[in-house]
Design a binder for this molecule. Structure first.
Ligand SMILES: Cc1cc2nc3c(=O)[nH]c(=O)nc-3n(C[C@H](O)[C@H](O)[C@H](O)COP(=O)(O)O)c2cc1C
Ligand code: SF4
Ligand code: FES
Length: 544
């Protein structure tokens, strides 16, 4: 496979495109509302109407507006597009009838909707556009040119330098500089090194990585292959939870297709570089997203964290240097190589470059997946893209970072979304879960929800987290049931401090964050539930 072969494949693919395209979302969200049946019916309706020469029904990945699914984007020959929402399989004939000038009355929107217009799609550029199950579609969209370019024109050190200059930081939560991590692995002694993609995605409400894997699996594979070349690795693993069967099957298909044309495997693009990738399926434990637990799981051991150092970059899988990055981090690599580190670094803020994908959920009108430039404010996200709270309610807070994050109150909605600003408010960027809460939300219950999650997901290896999350959850219960005193609240704060400081891994270290952030901004909600200091202990008391 050479550049001419890639171009020939792309040309052949372009020749299959027809004048009108019905892009039908076949990612997990829309599939759960029968978009597979809808596509089948659309195919049949196009055939029945005698339109097969001019109309194509294309399977595509997630368009982002998942709350409005099933979605079909209709691209007309004059260049304008309409987005049909909430379709059923029975709407297929009506939709095809519209192409013949018969008004259908089906509701549609367009891409000028603020939900789309305010986005900047870099890693999600192909989502909702190309067929994720065909490598030809990815190649026709410019795919695998970045890998070919680095293998034939760049040195590994040059690639590491480009990633460093781009300012990309890890999208898995902590925001560690990606170039620095790659440089450490590149420096480590070989010859055996690994590249691992973290697709565990255990945060409640998060589905960014699933959507990227389902919609554009080759983008992640190409990013991993570039990483392997840059760091000197020849073997990769994609760790994906078993709850993501579609992502897993599309990844396996993508690997098979890439191998078949010499883009993965031995001597890629007829160069000395070889790289093989395998998918490893996780059992859905949140802790297995933690990098050392994830590697233990790949090695076939119980998925429990171990102390760091040594870091994976020095001693990872089977004791070998291992580069471990998040799905979205790898998905940023191809655009950086294709469009340049300077271009990438020009997007975002001084210390947080590029875009971030968020799963916008909760009490907000427009739910779904968004990709926005770093530095956009929380208010712009929840009010402009999200459309604000439904049913006339006010937004009370926005939760970012999942169980490791915090709740940012409405008075701080003008905060720019970047690693440092969110950190200063006691939250974190996290991997991209963003849950909007309205004025009906009880913040103590929110804190209890996340604590219950951490208690259930604690692996039990170290005492502060194993016992501390249970105790903190019990106190939160006591507060919500109006059985607690100021003394209990003090003990809760002490436990938060102890668990944060003494737990072995990030799960325990950050488990107190939802409590601490709600205490910081909504302390009165806790205090209103406390027993008066002088009152006798009354377990089932109902007074306030
Ligand atoms: C409890 C816990 C769960 C985690 N879950 C994930 C996850 O699902 N996906 C992820 O990419 N990183 C997760 N991380 C962070 C990883 O340990 C690691 O920092 C990250 O995958 C590195 O990739 P990055 O540098 O590209 O962000 C988790 C960390 C902890 C402590
Ligand atoms: S902090 Fe919690 S999850 Fe992490 S090792 Fe300790 S018990 Fe396990
Ligand atoms: S799953 Fe269809 S738009 Fe997201």
């Amino acid at each position: 496979m050479q550049l001419e072969d890639l171009n020939a494949l792309a040309e052949k693919e372009h020749a299959t495109h027809k004048k009108t395209c019905l892009r039908t979302c076949m990612s997990a969200g829309c599939l759960s509302s029968q978009s597979d049946k809808l596509k089948k019916n659309l195919d049949a309706a196009v055939t029945a109407a005698g339109l097969t020469a001019d109309v194509e029904v294309r399977r595509v990945g997630c368009m982002g507006f998942c709350g409005q699914g099933p979605l079909v984007g209709v691209d007309h020959p004059d260049g304008h597009s309409k987005l049909y929402e909430h379709l059923t399989p029975d709407d297929a004939t009506k939709l095809v009838g519209e192409l013949q000038g018969k008004p259908s009355g089906l509701p549609f929107g367009d891409e000028k909707h603020p939900f789309f217009a305010r986005q900047m799609r870099i890693v999600r550029a192909n989502g909702g556009v190309i067929d994720p199950e065909r490598i030809e579609a990815y190649i026709a969209a410019g795919g695998y040119r970045a890998l070919l370019q680095v293998l034939t024109e760049n040195t590994p050190a040059g690639v590491v330098e480009a990633v460093t200059k781009s300012g990309l930081r890890g999208r898995g939560g902590a925001g560690y500089p990606t170039g620095l991590k790659w440089a450490t692995v590149a420096r480590a002694a070989g010859p055996k090194k690994y590249v691992v993609c973290n697709g565990d995605e255990g945060d409640p409400g998060a589905f960014m990585d699933r959507s990227i894997l389902e919609s554009d699996p080759h983008l992640v594979l190409e990013g991993m292959a570039i990483a392997a070349y840059a760091t000197g690795a020849d073997q990769g693993f994609l760790y994906v939870r078993a709850e993501y069967p579609l992502a897993i099957s599309r990844l396996n298909l993508a690997i098979k297709q890439a191998k078949a044309i010499g883009i993965l495997g031995a001597n890629i693009f007829e160069t000395p570089f070889s790289f093989n990738v395998e998918v490893r399926i996780g059992a859905g434990a949140f802790v297995c997203g933690e990098e050392t637990a994830l590697m233990a799981s790949i090695e076939g051991k119980r998925g429990q964290p171990r102390p760091r150092p040594p870091f994976p970059a020095e001693s990872g899988l089977w004791g070998k240097p291992t580069l471990l990055n998040n799905v979205e981090t790898f998905a940023n690599i191809v655009p950086i190589i294709q469009r340049g580190a300077e271009w990438y670094a020009s997007i975002g803020t001084e210390k947080s470059k590029g875009t971030k994908v968020f799963a916008l959920t909760g009490k907000v009108k427009n739910n779904g997946l968004i990709e926005v430039p770093m530095g956009i404010t929380l208010r712009e996200i929840v009010e402009d893209l999200g459309g604000g709270a439904p049913d006339g309610h006010e937004i009370k807070a926005v939760q970012t970072g999942g169980p490791s994050g915090g709740c940012i109150p409405q008075q701080h909605l003008d905060t720019p979304v970047d690693y440092d600003s969110l950190g200063q408010l006691g939250s974190i960027m996290g991997s991209g879960g963003m849950v909007v809460m309205d004025d009906t939300t009880n913040m103590v219950e929110i804190a209890r929800f996340y604590m219950e999650f951490c208690r259930d997901e604690s692996c039990g290896k170290c005492i502060p987290c194993r016992a501390g999350t249970v105790q903190m959850h019990q106190i939160l219960n006591k507060i919500i049931e109006r059985r607690a005193t100021a003394e209990d609240l003090k003990q809760l704060e002490e436990l938060c401090d102890m668990v944060r400081q003494t737990s072995l891994c990030g799960l325990g270290q950050t488990a107190p964050n939802p409590v601490l952030s709600t205490l910081r901004f909504f302390r009165h909600e806790y205090e209103e539930l406390l027993q008066p200091a002088s009152a006798p202990h009354a377990p089932n008391s109902n007074h306030s």
